[in-house]
Design a protein around this ligand. Structure first.
Ligand code: SDX
Length: 435
């Protein structure tokens, strides 16, 4: 091993010296291969939150946090947002290449004809309380898909994995929309094969059996764009959850259900809902923006500026830039008296004040994908508690693509991290009478 392709590690406590290989990427940071560290030197690495740890080799999505770069299979997110559709982006993520016309038509047809759910699922929904959070319903229903496809999902068979991927991408809009319909006591609307993917979702969300429903083309386009922007994002918490769950050879439906559960947290996908709640709190409190900026900076206050900051982006999240413009244009289209303009104007003010504040500047805290997305969803008539459901709907293709890549990866093995033990040394059992 030439020393340009390795690092030398010297254990100063023993003087022992080892070489660890450097693994080079096609782009981005190289990695030190520490797989033999414990065997050679008797140490684990310690990296809570995986700040400096690559968990896998992946060819799906590339991010550069300093430059604010995001690419799916090499294509910049800005170009996909401008020119592609969500289903085309799904094909790209899954297959690694953009489809030609025939491939696109075949894929769209395939997805369209897998959108229905087994009728038994209607009874499954009725088991939830009416006020159940739609994410709780989604975790349950997606996990339950494994009960309907258990015998068909051979995780080691590429074709079987591909069918599971198509089923999940196709059924998530139905599952998501029905979570909303059940909570509002509305009849379930079946998917309509003549509608495109975003239109079909809006139809299942808002149509009523008593009259024809025509989705607003502006809202359809905005939703399709949001789905593209949320489709994948490298090894984020929920994707890593899906990979870890899938590494035990669990079925893909259970793995995606685990991803949904992880995404739900307000530090992750739940932030879009938390941003709107934060904006409403600022408005209702009458205490002004600076009061909340000061709270966000106060270590003794759990309040955080939701929609701000990111583990990877130390620059403006490229998705936030696009979403902010879509939000502005969509609200302009609605006219000055729309109820969402106040939220958007407040968000812009918050961003301007924060980005001039040393606390945020020194920590590279910028708006992330969640900062403006909620306003667009509100303008579509989508209720707050459905925001993360929409995020999960979009991210399903990313989750299942990473799962498929992992199952194909010869280096992949069951994920089983070690620990830095901080508990008690060995001690003798004490009978209760002596305690
Ligand atoms: C998503 O990983 C992904 O790719 C996720 C995602 C995806 O597409 O999958 O991009 C989607 O999850 C976006 C992030 C949504 N979450 C939020 O908006 C919640 C608010 N943001 C934070 O909680 C936080 O910024 C995280 C969770 C996003 C990132 O946390 P890190 O990387 O662990 O950073 P940290 O918590 O250690 O913060 C570093 C410093 C700390 O201060 P110090 O201890 O250095 O003094 O920045 C501060 C933090 O207190 N900080 C904030 C802040 N975010 C970080 N202070 C106030 N408000 C904030 N929002």
């Amino acid at each position: 091993m030439s020393n340009k392709d390795s690092v030398t590690l010297i254990d100063n406590s023993t003087g022992k010296e080892i070489e660890l290989p450097i693994l080079h990427p096609t782009e981005g940071p190289a990695t030190i291969d520490v797989r033999t560290l414990y065997r050679q030197l008797g140490y684990f690495t310690y990296d809570p939150g995986f700040m400096s740890t690559a968990s896998c080799r992946s060819a799906i999505t590339y991010m550069d946090g300093e430059k604010g770069i995001l690419r799916y299979r090499g294509y910049p997110i800005e170009e996909l947002a401008e020119n592609s559709t969500f289903l085309e982006t799904c094909y790209l993520l899954l297959n690694g290449e953009l489809p030609n016309r025939d491939e696109a038509e075949e894929f769209n047809n395939l997805i369209t004809h897998h959108t229905m759910l087994h009728e038994a699922f209607k009874r499954f929904y009725s088991g939830f309380r009416r006020d159940a959070h739609p994410m709780a319903i989604m975790v349950g229903v997606v996990g339950a898909l494994s009960a309907f496809f258990q015998d068909e999902s051979d995780v080691h068979d590429k074709q079987s994995r591909r069918i599971a991927a198509h089923r999940l991408i196709a059924k998530m809009p139905t599952i998501a929309a029905w979570s909303y319909r059940y909570a509002h006591g509305l009849p379930f609307m079946y998917p309509q094969n003549h509608l495109d993917y975003p239109s079909n979702f809006l139809h299942m969300m808002f149509a009523v059996p008593t009259e024809e429903y025509k989705p607003d083309p502006i809202m359809v386009k905005a939703l399709d764009l949001l789905l593209i922007l949320h489709a994948d994002h490298e090894q984020n918490a929920s994707t890593s959850t899906v990979r870890l769950t899938g590494s035990s050879e669990a079925n893909p439906f259970a793995a995606v259900a685990a991803g949904i559960a992880s995404l739900w947290g307000p530090a992750h996908g739940g932030a879009n809902e938390a941003v709107i709640r934060m904006l409403m709190e600022i408005i209702e409190s009458g205490k002004g923006i600076q009061h909340f900026i000061d709270r966000a900076k106060d270590k003794n206050d759990r309040f955080r500026l939701m929609g701000f900051g990111h583990r990877v982006y130390k620059n403006y999240d490229p998705r936030a830039k696009i979403i902010r413009k879509v939000c502005h244009d969509l609200l302009e289209n609605l006219g000055d008296d729309n109820p969402y303009k106040q939220l958007f104007d407040l968000s812009v003010q918050l961003e301007e004040i924060a980005l001039k504040d040393e606390y945020f500047i020194s920590r590279n805290l910028y708006p992330n994908v969640d900062f403006y997305s909620g306003i667009i969803l509100l303008a579509m008539g989508i209720p707050l508690n459905m925001f993360t459901v929409i995020f999960a709907l979009a991210r399903t293709v990313g989750w299942i693509t990473h799962w498929d890549e992992m199952m194909d990866d010869p280096e992949s093995r069951i994920g089983r991290p070690r620990q830095l033990y901080s508990g008690k040394l060995e001690r003798k059992y004490i009978n209760i009478e002596n305690r």
